[in-house]
Ligand binder design. Structure first.
Ligand SMILES: NC(=O)C1=CN([C@@H]2O[C@H](COP(=O)(O)OP(=O)(O)OC[C@H]3O[C@@H](n4cnc5c(N)ncnc54)[C@H](OP(=O)(O)O)[C@@H]3O)[C@@H](O)[C@H]2O)C=CC1
Ligand SMILES: O=C1OC[C@@H](O)[C@H](O)[C@H]1O
Length: 394
């Protein structure tokens, strides 16, 4: 019989930026508010490469328990014996070195998207997790949304017949005068030293929908990596990709995925959803339209030949913890990680290691075709504990 005591997973937070704060607040929400009763999360330590004070401020800001430890370096966090799993929330440039630091110290890891800068780095992390028998997962939170689960079920149950095409867009209109993009050149969105660019930051979500609908749902023995054709415009100021369009062809399945991303135009110009579905999953007998944003979808429509203009929008709301007045939707991926740690699973079935590798290979290939390159210090697949990416020396 299942135990009625929830399993507690103890988290260490590596970095104190925007998403670290959002994710940690989700960890601190009451799981019962999303009807989860088998696991619970504890935030036991937070680390900042900038200063210990920054970690202290973070803990106060998110209203974590007063017992939460504050560290002024990533090294102290990965050595903490009370931490079960580390959430890596640095810019993508840092993920490889930071996640390796944690894995080498024997810690399970949930690492933000995009998982790494190159596919070779992803392979190295997975080899290390496998060799050390540790849990490792790419934090693509969208995959764990109840809406994503429902859409995958609709596809595998044949609700739209054979799925032949998916078109997915995540673009944010930050066009500025004189050819500029409305981010400071040093911002991680456009700074190649931080692996900036539309594809690694936003395009990953368009690819997530292509992969959820055309690859993940393929039977295991029929899995087929796609051919890739990419067009990329680079930002004249920094060399990062500003508009990237990828066609993914799955020849055996006769299907195409079209993944779009841009910093110049928006997939939702009025931020009201007026522009229509951000994602269209098209099958032989109908289509599923998902309302964006692609990273935090809000509803779907199932349109079939029988819909006769009456297809209804099925909305999904993200539960809030009334006590904290908070709920962003990142808790579902945290719940998945906690259950995997509890059950001794090293990878998530919803985003297996092999799939993360294929997705990184697609992004590698697209960037290669577009001539985008990143500095050696962030693209090397040689682990260096003393890398500036680990010490925080900027
Ligand atoms: N899942 C999601 O919805 C989202 C995911 N992300 C992903 O999370 C990651 C972080 O993004 P975000 O939180 O927006 O970024 P921020 O710039 O807000 O935070 C990044 C943090 O990383 C640490 N850091 C270490 N070295 C550097 C450096 N050289 N430059 C900047 N920061 C550094 C800092 O923390 P400290 O000083 O404490 O070490 C900093 O606060 C990215 O990979 C991004 O793709 C981002 C937004 C949404
Ligand atoms: O992951 C993300 O989702 C939300 C976006 O605003 C952000 O740039 C990106 O990193």
């Amino acid at each position: 019989m299942a135990s009625s005591t929830p399993y507690t997973v103890r988290w260490g937070i590596l970095a104190t930026g925007w998403i670290a704060e959002t994710f940690t607040k989700d960890l601190l929400t009451n799981p019962a508010t999303r009807d989860v009763h088998d696991i619970r999360h504890e935030v036991v330590a937070v680390s900042s490469s900038s200063s210990q004070q920054r970690a202290v401020d973070f803990i106060n800001n998110v209203k974590a328990p007063s017992t939460t430890k504050a560290y002024g370096s990533y090294y102290e966090l990965v050595a903490d014996q009370d931490v079960d799993i580390i959430y890596v929330a640095t810019p993508h440039s840092h993920h490889f070195q930071n996640a390796m630091l944690a894995l080498e110290a024997g810690k399970n890891v949930l690492c933000e998207k995009s998982l790494t800068v190159t596919a070779a780095q992803t392979r190295k992390l997975i080899e290390t997790a496998r060799a050390k028998n540790l849990f490792f997962m790419e934090a693509v939170w969208t995959r764990y949304f109840p809406l994503s689960i429902k859409v995958r079920e609709l596809i595998t149950s044949g609700a739209i017949g054979n799925v032949y095409r998916t078109i997915a867009d995540l673009s944010i209109g930050r066009d500025a005068p004189e050819g500029k993009i409305d981010f400071p050149d040093s911002n991680r969105m456009v700074n190649t030293e931080l692996a900036g660019g539309a594809l690694l930051d936003l395009g990953i979500y368009a690819l997530t929908w292509v992969f959820q609908s055309l690859y993940h749902t393929q039977p295991e023995d029929e899995k087929e990596a796609p051919n890739v054709i990419a067009a990329i415009n680079t930002y004249q100021v920094t060399g990062a990709d500003e508009t990237t369009s990828i066609i993914l062809q799955f020849p055996k399945h006769k299907s195409h995925g079209i993944a779009l991303t841009s910093l110049r135009v928006s997939s939702d110009p009025d931020e009201q959803g007026t522009a229509g579905a951000a994602i269209r999953i098209q099958g032989s007998s109908g289509e599923i339209q998902v309302l964006g944003p692609a990273y935090r979808p809000t509803g779907y429509k199932l349109i079939t030949r029988d819909s006769a203009g009456k297809a209804e929008l099925v909305e999904f709301t993200i539960p809030k913890d009334p006590e904290r007045d908070w709920g962003h939707g990142m808790f579902w991926e945290a719940d998945e990680a906690a259950r995997c740690v509890r059950d001794g699973q090293k990878e998530s079935k919803t985003l297996p290691w092999s799939e993360s590798i294929v997705i990184m290979e697609v992004m590698d290939e697209a960037l290669r075709q577009g001539g985008v390159t990143y500095p050696e210090v962030i693209s090397t697949d040689v682990f260096d504990p003393q890398s500036p990416l680990n010490t925080g020396k900027r």
